[in-house]
Design a protein around this ligand. Structure first.
Ligand code: DAT
Ligand code: MG
Length: 154
């Protein structure tokens, strides 16, 4: 099947893990029609967190952000589908939960920007770089789902 599929990195941050929301996040991404191609449950070290959030270095919230993302295990995943980058960010909702659309995860499960449950890549460039940072190429699974042609048009 030839479809222009995007891949995007999704993290369920330590608050999502601690609150037992791994299943909820995965459920919503599966319901959306996206296809899981990689997953790794891990606790990251500070130097790795600094690589992931390098773009935010120097911002007032940076130190708190590094403390937050390293405060417990995270569920790192790669999801795939047409327009996956945009679709996943829409499912997550705006960065500030009080600005997130009703029905989005951050609206439905969060209140504070510093406890906003998930990370999702924001462009094709950052998606590629983040997937390469978090996953080895051969840990991503190429597979065809039986329902793909009912979800992906092409
Ligand atoms: P997103 O996670 O929606 O891509 P971002 O890349 O702008 O948002 O910021 C990364 C994370 O940093 C975000 O999930 C939470 C934190 N953050 C962003 N802006 C913040 C702010 N103004 N105050 C506190 N934390 C903030
Ligand atoms: Mg971001």
């Amino acid at each position: 099947m030839e479809v222009d599929l995007e891949q995007t990195l999704v993290l369920i941050k330590p608050d999502g893990v601690q609150r037992g929301l791994i299943g909820e996040v995965i459920h919503r991404l599966e319901n959306r029609g996206l296809r899981l191609v990689g997953a790794n449950f891990q606790q990251i070290a500070k130097d790795f967190a600094e690589l992931h959030y390098a773009v935010h270095k120097g911002k007032p919230f940076y130190d708190g952000l590094i403390d937050y993302i390293t405060s417990g295990p995270v569920m790192a995943m790669v999801w795939e589908g047409p327009n996956a980058i945009l679709a996943v960010r829409q499912t997550m909702g705006a960065t500030k939960p009080t600005e997130a659309a009703p029905g989005s995860l951050r609206h439905d499960f969060a209140l504070e920007v510093g406890r906003n449950l998930t990370h999702a890549s924001d462009s094709s460039e950052t998606a590629r770089a983040e997937i390469d940072l978090w996953f080895r190429a051969d840990d991503l699974v190429k597979w065809d789902r039986d329902i793909d042609h009912w979800v992906f048009e092409a």
